[in-house]
Design a protein around this ligand. Structure first.
Ligand SMILES: *Cc1c(COP(=O)(O)O)cnc(C)c1O
Length: 433
């Protein structure tokens, strides 16, 4: 499969180049040149297939031309050793719980798939070590670190802002050791992001080491997230509730919803999508006005969605032929303040017993306000509420339980490299590696 850049100024790339490089030379995002429709028999029979079987069929459409069937199957099956149940919250609203993977967040699937695919290419080509740089405000770092842990030939540097990620999140990437190095930056998330961006552009560093990115600009990280939507459809179909299915995605960088829109282009019969935002409402405003106006992000209690210039907007815009009307035909928006998110967490708990995390709460509320008669909604519960324990506890005035998987991380010993926010220091550190 050939991949082109959304900016149209870079040469077309192979899958391997797109995965190893991450971003195109013109700073555009790679897009597959074709999106294959899946056969009707697949959808007719989808409710009888396992998550792994469904995912392999979807993966084959994107990666099957470049990766032999046995290798691709091994990558998919190794990535998905867990299920994601659709849990009934009300008669018309279901929660697709994406927190049953190793770090209890939906980014696990993309991170692990990308690690395995990169490993496949490195083995095939006998290439030297690849270094993954990732800036995180919490969730991306833990998913990427755990996805790449123990993978030969790849070293991961996770840059995070000192004192600004929750203790639970911090221990998920600072206690691993091995090929994972946590870099604790004396600054804010934007400083971490700037260090990573500067590193990718620095000629000395690129001559010294092979660098790549593992955030959702990478095709190998965002495309596998489409597996979730096919699986959700299958589960709802099994319940006889898939005829007018509306899927609501709490969105930040829009990688997750973008993968769902690829699914729709492949024939997945989801009626429409809702992108739920926190107070960072750039996409919401785009839907209302047709103008895309990025702004610096504001801090909210749904912090994994604190994004002021969603990177995957470029992919969505391209996917719909740059047509605002076409985008609006498939996607509507919603935006909620911290007060509304807190109110929703409280209400859902008292009315149904279900505990939402702050991101999922945006998704629930958008369905509650947006579903019309006959529609059934699924929102993505993108992280386990215990990952945001302080916030959720104080809203509910109770202490929610921490799952055993998370507790295990908290027993580890924190190791990190202290770093200033000055690029010269970070460069010197990497050159010494
Ligand atoms: C990353 C993340 C999101 C946003 O996903 P995007 O693909 O960036 O839109 C939402 N919720 C949680 C918990 C996340 O970690």
């Amino acid at each position: 499969m050939i991949f082109y850049s959304t900016n149209g100024q870079a040469p077309a790339a192979t899958l391997e180049k797109a995965v190893v490089k991450g971003l195109a030379e013109d700073k555009g995002l790679y897009m597959p040149e074709r999106i294959k429709a899946l056969p009707q028999e697949f959808f007719d029979n989808i409710e009888n297939l396992s998550f792994q079987e469904i995912a392999y069929t979807v993966a084959d459409a994107f990666f099957g031309e470049d990766v032999p069937a046995d290798d691709l199957k091994a990558i998919v099956y190794d990535t998905l050793a867990f299920d994601c149940p659709c849990v009934k919250v009300t008669d018309t609203i279901y929660s697709l719980e994406l927190f049953h993977g190793p770090t209890l967040a939906f980014k696990d699937v993309g991170a692990r798939f990308m690690a395995r695919l990169l490993q496949y290419f490195l083995k095939k080509e006998g290439k030297g070590q690849v270094n993954v740089l990732v800036a995180t405000s919490g969730d991306t770092g833990s998913a990427v670190a755990n996805g790449f842990l123990g993978v030969d030939g790849i070293h991961v540097y996770v840059l995070y802002p000192k004192g600004k990620v929750s203790p639970i999140q911090e221990c998920q990437f600072t206690t691993l050791g091995g090929n994972i190095t946590a870099v604790e930056v004396d600054g804010v998330f934007d400083d971490c992001q700037a260090l990573v961006k500067n590193a990718f552009m620095d000629a000395d560093l690129n001559a010294h080491m092979q660098l790549t990115s593992a955030n959702s600009i990478n095709v190998a990280r965002f495309l596998p997230q489409s597996f979730y939507y096919f699986y959700a459809y299958a589960q709802m179909k099994k319940l006889g509730l898939a005829d007018e299915l509306v899927v609501c995605v709490p969105s930040g960088n829009f990688g997750n919803i973008c993968s769902a829109l690829f699914g729709k282009k492949m024939g997945l019969p989801i009626k429409r999508f809702i992108a739920a935002n926190n107070a960072n409402d750039i996409f919401y405003n785009y839907l209302q006005t047709g103008k895309y106006e990025p702004r610096p992000s504001v801090q909210t209690i749904a912090n994994a969605m604190d994004v002021g210039d969603p990177s995957n907007f470029a992919r969505i815009y391209d996917l719909y032929g740059k047509s605002h009307a076409a985008i609006c035909a498939d996607i509507s928006g919603a935006t909620y303040t911290d007060a509304q998110i807190a109110e929703t967490i409280k209400e859902v708990k008292s009315q149904t017993g279900y505990v939402c995390d702050p991101h999922g709460a945006c998704g629930y509320r958008a369905l509650q306000e947006g579903l019309v008669s006959g529609e059934v909604g699924v929102f993505l519960e993108t992280a386990h509420p215990a990952k945001f324990k302080d916030t959720v506890d104080s809203i509910l005035s109770e202490s929610i339980e921490i799952p055993a998987k998370l507790q295990a991380f908290m027993k580890g010993v924190k190791q990190s490299v202290p770093m200033s926010k000055d690029f010269a220091d970070f460069k010197q550190y990497l050159l010494a590696q």
